[in-house]
Design a protein around this ligand. Structure first.
Ligand code: 5GP
Length: 143
């Protein structure tokens, strides 16, 4: 039995506007922003606005709305950063690698021969995050 949703998790605070983020996209269903400890340059997180802890307790309608947004943003990330590919990651419960307990999908751009950095490993510099944010947001606008 999974634990209940915790309103104090960091992504809930970002969704409520209590904590800032490097926003790349927002609509009625999702918010997308830069991961501050990226596993690759341009690593983006996409969150449904409706609270769920992870995929195990999510409403299927929320998942149906989420995936087309993930696709739209993944296409923009690939185009904006001239990536060779995209890896999607999605962790569930601590044993599954989850560290923040609001459902989210990782969009990680990949370049041939470039290894992924460690999950939630090291903080990126603000100016680097902002530069990728601006490029990706512009590519979504133009999509
Ligand atoms: P999870 O293991 O839950 O899938 O990953 C959570 C992700 O959120 C990690 O990749 C981590 O780097 C990222 N993260 C943790 N705290 C923050 C934060 O305050 N802001 C942003 N933008 N990302 C965060």
């Amino acid at each position: 039995m999974p634990s209940a949703y915790d309103e104090t998790n960091i992504f809930a605070k970002i969704l409520r506007g209590e904590v800032p983020c490097y926003k790349v996209y927002e609509d009625d269903a999702v918010l997308a922003f830069m991961d501050v400890m990226p596993q690759a340059d341009g690593h983006v997180l996409v969150l449904p606005k409706q609270p769920s802890r992870n995929i195990l307790d999510a409403d299927p309608d929320v998942l149906s709305a989420l995936i087309p947004r993930v696709q739209k943003i993944a296409r923009a990330v690939k185009k904006a950063l001239a990536a060779d590919g995209i890896t999607l990651l999605q962790y569930n419960e601590p044993a599954g690698g989850q560290t923040v307990f609001h459902l989210h999908v990782h969009i990680v751009p990949r370049w041939t021969g470039v290894e992924l950095r460690r999950h939630a490993g090291a903080m990126e510099k603000p100016e680097v995050l902002e530069a990728f944010r601006a490029k990706i947001a512009a590519a979504i606008d133009g999509a």
